[in-house]
Design a protein around this ligand. Structure first.
Ligand SMILES: [Zn+2]
Length: 274
């Protein structure tokens, strides 16, 4: 299926994977009473007309984290869920400053976000769509309040950007991203919490659904192994037993790429050292 700027795939009954032209991935879960969009992408036009071609049920929005490419259309939803730690980070200003840079980077008009009106989620939260429930697992690192959503009915884990979207794609260099030591500790917990869902489908925040980017010949889909490999990678980085593969300039900073097994990241040296 296509809709101006979006590629849409019905992965199974009640679950759509949607990818915009900027390779932002989002997912629509349709329950008996209502639907839930996970993340929004960054296309310029409103997103609701596209979603309305998929369901006529009320649609709520669950954000994996508060970055522009995941929440640009949040203003179109009456109900928006965001992890309490990203709400706190937003209030402190880190994520808001990043948002301002994001408008320029993504070439989209500036918007205001009423984050104080969002519903804070934590691991106690269950979002009930009628016959389909979605729950929250903390996955801090990429942002302080990054989280993943688990849906047992669909046997799917929605990973957002918590460990990247396959291959060496996680961004840990951003302002607000945690230090690698803290990230490693959280990954240990994440790995344990996701262990019962090892056989589920893991979906990332950027589209790798039906194509492998040419610059990533070693791409492998997300799985629990990605979380485990990311943990090992952090250990190796902290002990100095792994060398970076390459580097590039991002926003006047030098960011280094590290990779191990099925996982990898871009990071500044400061985040490893400090
Ligand atoms: Zn992000």
């Amino acid at each position: 299926m296509e809709f101006k700027g979006y590629k849409i795939e019905e992965l199974q009954a009640g679950l759509f994977a949607i990818c915009d032209e900027k390779t932002d991935a989002m997912y629509l879960i349709v329950g008996e009473q209502k639907a839930l969009l996970i993340d929004t992408g960054t296309m310029k036009p409103d997103i609701m007309p596209m979603l309305r071609t998929l369901t006529d049920k009320p649609i709520e929005l669950a954000l994996t984290h508060a970055h522009i490419d995941h929440m640009y259309h949040a203003g179109e939803f009456n109900t928006v869920y965001l992890h309490k730690n990203d709400i706190a980070a937003w209030k402190k200003g880190v994520l808001q400053i990043l948002m301002l840079a994001g408008f320029a980077m993504f070439h989209v008009p500036a918007k205001r976000f009423q984050v104080s009106g969002y519903i804070p989620v934590s691991e106690e939260t269950k979002i009930d769509l009628g016959g389909v429930q979605v729950r929250v697992v903390d996955a801090p690192g990429h942002t302080p309040g990054s989280c993943v959503y688990v849906c047992d009915a669909l046997q799917t884990v929605f990973m957002g950007d918590a460990v990247g979207s396959g291959g060496p794609t996680a961004w840990l260099w951003l302002p607000g991203s945690l230090h690698i030591g803290a990230y490693r500790d959280h990954l240990k917990q994440l790995q344990e919490k996701l262990e019962p869902f090892a056989s589920y489908r893991f979906l990332g925040g950027h589209s790798m659904i039906d194509f492998v980017p040419e610059d990533m010949p070693d791409f492998v889909p997300l799985s629990l192994k990605t979380v485990k490999d990311m943990y090992t990678l952090c250990e190796k980085m902290l002990s100095g037993s792994i060398e970076p593969k390459t580097k590039q300039k991002q926003a006047l900073m030098t960011v280094w790429q590290y990779a191990y097994g099925t996982a990898g990241m871009w990071v500044t040296k400061r985040k490893i050292r400090e």
